[in-house]
Ligand binder design. Structure first.
Ligand SMILES: [Zn+2]
Length: 72
């Protein structure tokens, strides 16, 4: 199983962050953390992000580094 399996990138306000699947499946109304520790409401995370957000929001380099490290 690839080590990065179970993570998903999602644009939220403030950037594209990587979230694990537990966060993706969190109940409504909870606060969940991206890999870098940024807090996002589960409701925002589970929305289907508008396509423009994928373009507009910058990739979070902290999440990126964490995933890269985990893949080594
Ligand atoms: Zn992040």
């Amino acid at each position: 199983m690839p080590p990065n399996r179970g993570f998903q990138w999602q644009p939220v306000s403030g950037g594209r962050h990587a979230f694990d699947m537990a966060a993706r499946r969190a109940e409504s109304g909870l606060i969940v953390n991206a890999l870098c520790g940024v807090e996002v409401s589960s409701d925002e995370l589970q929305q289907i992000a508008p396509e423009v957000d994928w373009i507009r929001e910058k990739t979070c380099m902290e999440c990126w580094e964490i995933l890269k490290f985990r893949q080594q």
